[in-house]
Design a binder for this molecule. Sequence first.
Ligand SMILES: [Zn+2]
Length: 404
Amino acid sequence: MFQMVCLTCGQVCGDLSAANCAHDGGVLDVRYATDDFPLQPHLPGIWRYAARLPLTDPKHIVSLGEGDTPMTPSAQLGAEIDLPQLFFKNEGLNPTGSYKDRIASVGISYLRQLGRRAWSATSSGNAGASLAAYGGRAGMDGYLFTLEKAPRAKIAQIMSYGPQVMSVKRLGYDPAAEAATWANIAALCDANDWLMLITARSNSPHAMEGAKTIAYEICQQLDGEAPDVVYAPVGGGGLLSSIWKGFREWRAAGRIDRLPRMVAVQPLGCDPITQAWQADRPVQQLDDCASAVSGIILTSPPDGDLVLDDLHESDGWALSIADEVTYQAQSELASREGLFVEPAAAVVWAAARADRQSGRLQGDEMVVALLTGIGFKDSVAVQKMSDDKPLPLIEASDILHIAP
Ligand SMILES: [Zn+2]
């Protein structure tokens, strides 16, 4: 069983399905009755951790095989920066190509448990694809409101799963449009008894429980050890905050005896959390966005202050990466590691290298870099990776004259 506890005032909320505290609007955290919990290896992927997910009956589970993603040791890049214990957690191998599947699986299952028949959300791509896939599988209606400039390939994937998709003017670069979109989706859901599924702890605390299973898996894949440092791409902040929660729960259950330091990586042109971290103040909304790294460009990150708390608590830090460095990092992950990821994922490699070069990261530390999504989705970025490479047209007979 679980309770909903306000992270601001600490009160227990009587409504198990509430998303925010009735007294102060604070973020509600899902809490469980005991620290220890059994694993259920007979259930698939993330559902082996069902005792730490807010579902009361396994019959509601909507699963496509999410979780169990590989933890790939670096083949070349780690050695280049004298960081031999560098691992990539490859979340791009989830069913729709990103870690959001963990959240959608829990969110849509939870929605089914509540007896609701439709979901609504806003997304730049990955979360929308996940919700559309799992919602479609569960036979639910979906209404997705996306950014004006969302990559067309990401939107095409979402549309193929069948929900209604609408692109909202100025959403993604105008804070007023962002605020109005979120408020109006909430009102639409209230009016129709649908559920708003936003991949942020401050909006969808139940669904976000899915993301913390990444931390559980990391510890299990490292033979019961916690890494020293974890690099996470940060847009809204829910991923980092959820993973940190996962590590703390894993330790409370007695499975690890120490916690990693968490590092938030943002795109330089849109980095309200890094700015707040460096200035030692709460997160402030940015007036505009000068980064094109789809998936992590939010001017007003919903879980931004949670991330700041987590960075302090874990003795971590935040840093930002320029877009051109990110695209270079994406190309290096493909050509040197065989890992074809989207730009929003590649920021973690660029960040680890920058920290190693500045000395903030020590060479003997065990580091996990979270690769959040697969590269196929952002076709413009894919094109960019091969733009400067020649593609000669040859005769078949020329093949014999290729010099090694
Ligand atoms: Zn409260």
